[in-house]
Design a protein around this ligand. Structure first.
Ligand code: CDP
Ligand code: MG
Length: 249
């Protein structure tokens, strides 16, 4: 970001932090007084499988992947209680936002966090063994309270994945936007420009959309090669609309 004041990072206060009532503690660690950073966007999100899978796409196939999706969707900490399954998603803004937040979050593994960086947020997390069908321990699930983008490229991808431009005040938006001239609807895994029963309106004419999202929607609709998956664009438009199952995969 040429203007360091517009540096941004995505923070997620994960379901274990909510379950353990650590929200206030986490937010106070991240306050402008401590970090010099400001809130640019905040929302409470019931995380769909689609959003979880896009957010953690880099971890597909790893031994902890399935349980990571169960964790971030709230199924581990609030099983059978969709009314409690949510994360708090925050865009933080200001000079060196990514580095500052990674620093305050600490190492991924809470045991390592306690050993090497006492006082960091993830030092308050837990580690649970992962077992295979025979009951043998095959890995670890790290419940580490908070997500913070790893670098500027990830921050841009993740902020655009979780937030629409108008979730963020215009002067705080860090990435180019465009006004849509079309309707886009989503059903199953398909994109439409006219309504079909059961489809969900994603974008209407006049809506302000991330430029990269609108480019991707047009490329997907025209059957061309888009740099991003359709799901990575539509996931944020589906969250908090209904419980899983209607249109998501
Ligand atoms: O979150 P961070 O970028 O520090 O770590 P990551 O390697 O990108 O992993 C993403 C998330 O997967 C972690 O924050 C953990 O919650 C989880 N994870 C896990 O459960 N078990 C592991 N062995 C590694 C990561
Ligand atoms: Mg990561």
């Amino acid at each position: 970001m040429p203007n360091k004041e517009l540096d941004q990072t995505l923070v997620l206060i994960k379901p274990d932090a909510l379950k353990n009532s650590l929200t206030g503690y986490v937010l106070s660690q991240l306050s402008e007084f401590h970090t010099g950073l400001r809130f640019a966007g905040v929302k409470i999100v019931h995380v769909t499988r689609m959003l979880a899978a896009e957010h953690y796409a880099e971890h597909v196939g790893k031994v902890f992947y399935d349980s990571l999706l169960e964790y971030i969707t709230g199924n581990i900490h609030y099983p059978g209680a969709p009314e409690k399954q949510r994360v708090i998603a925050i865009v933080y803004q200001g000079p060196d936002a990514v580095r500052k937040l990674r620093d305050i979050a600490g190492p991924t593994n809470p045991h390592q966090a306690r050993d090497t960086k006492p006082g960091c947020i993830r030092a308050l997390g837990t580690v649970a063994p992962l077992k295979n069908a025979e009951g043998r321990i095959v890995g670890e699930r790290m419940d580490n309270l908070i997500h913070a983008s790893a670098n500027d490229t990830d921050a841009e991808r993740e902020i655009k994945l979780w937030f629409r431009p108008n979730d963020i005040p215009p002067a705080m938006q860090g990435y180019p936007t465009r006004e849509s001239g079309d309707h886009f609807y989503f059903i199953g895994n398909r994109l439409l420009t006219t309504h079909e029963p059961g489809s969900v309106l994603i974008v209407a004419p006049g809506d302000i959309v991330w430029k990269s999202d609108l480019d991707a929607l047009q490329q997907h609709f025209n059957g061309g090669k888009a740099g991003t998956t359709l799901e990575s664009v539509v996931a944020k438009y589906l969250v908090n609309k209904f419980l899983e199952g209607k249109t998501s995969t």
